[in-house]
Design a protein around this ligand. Structure first.
Ligand code: ZN
Length: 295
């Protein structure tokens, strides 16, 4: 397994911990989208955060994260499921800002003012859950922790790191998520917070070869725990020609007729994987006919 996630629980069932390495999947996403370094870091952090949150869902549930800010990146969209599959994109991949205090300026790229929306598709019988919070620092990890505290009332600590080499290559990515479960044990929480405060930068640890198990060892040092699962995680898009057709149909009959008349053909590009779907004139007419049949 190249990229994977480990989920553990404290032996007193008072704290859960997740840690993952996402270097390859983040590199693949950045290659697909042609991101510049600051956009790469933002996308990588959000994809890693989505992967961690997806692992908290039940089977076949899905979630979407939408970060919208007033910076040049405009937005970051991430979708993840409970099977370790994640995908995402940014509003403008060609964002590269100078470092701020020697750190990648993700907050400057996303912008300080804006919102984080979390949508959870919990399955067929339930209404999707939607939580919205203001962006806290726009550094992604703190925003997710703030969301958990405000919207779900679950005290959480989130760490996300992406290491970008001078020439723009992604050499490390990963993260962790710690949640305190009721009734929370203050001493355990304090212990974990202490470990987080003293740990070296996450991206440097992962670049140096630290595994998800190694991250958990650092965070849970002195706290006994057991491993609940180890799962592979991948970047994969779920788009298909059928899904793209249904998106086209939502444009409405008149719009498709106009496309057919004026251009004779059209290309639709999937925002998540940049795959191009071509529709020639006869395929557009076929689509129009199928819409008629439904009516
Ligand atoms: Zn796609």
């Amino acid at each position: 397994m190249d990229n994977y996630l480990v989920r553990v629980v404290g032996s007193e069932a008072d704290v859960i911990g997740l840690a993952c390495v996402t270097t390859t999947l983040v590199a693949e996403a950045c290659r697909l989208h042609g991101t510049y370094p600051t956009a790469s870091a933002a996308l990588g952090r959000a994809l890693t955060g989505g992967t961690l949150m997806g692992a908290l869902l039940k089977r076949n549930q899905r979630l979407a994260l939408k970060f919208e800010g007033n910076g040049p990146l405009k937005k970051i969209i991430v979708e993840a499921d409970n099977n370790g599959v994640v995908r995402g994109f940014v509003g403008d991949p060609k964002v590269d800002l100078p470092p701020k205090n020697n750190k990648i300026d993700v907050a400057g790229a996303l912008g300080q003012a804006g919102f984080l929306t979390v949508i959870k598709d919990l399955g067929l019988r339930e209404e999707p859950y939607k939580g919205i919070v203001q962006l806290r620092t726009s550094e992604i990890a703190e925003d997710l922790a703030y969301y958990f505290a405000e919207s779900e009332q679950v005290p959480s600590a989130v760490g996300l790191g992406v290491f970008i080499e001078a020439q723009g290559d992604i050499s490390a990515a990963g993260g962790f998520l710690i949640q305190s479960l009721p009734p929370s044990d203050e001493a355990v929480v304090e212990q974990v917070i202490g470990h987080i405060e003293r740990m070296p930068p996450l991206s440097e640890l992962i670049r140096g070869g630290t595994t998800p198990e190694g991250l958990i060892d650092i965070l849970f040092n002195g706290i006994s725990y057991r491993v609940l699962e180890t799962r592979e995680i991948t970047y994969r898009c779920t788009c298909s020609r059928e899904k793209i057709e249904s998106v086209l149909i939502t444009l409405g009959r008149e719009e498709i007729e106009a496309l057919t008349r004026e251009l004779g053909e059209t290309d639709v590009v999937c925002e998540f994987c940049r795959q191009q779907y071509h529709f020639d004139g006869s395929q557009l007419l076929h689509l129009l006919k199928s819409m008629e049949a439904v009516r």
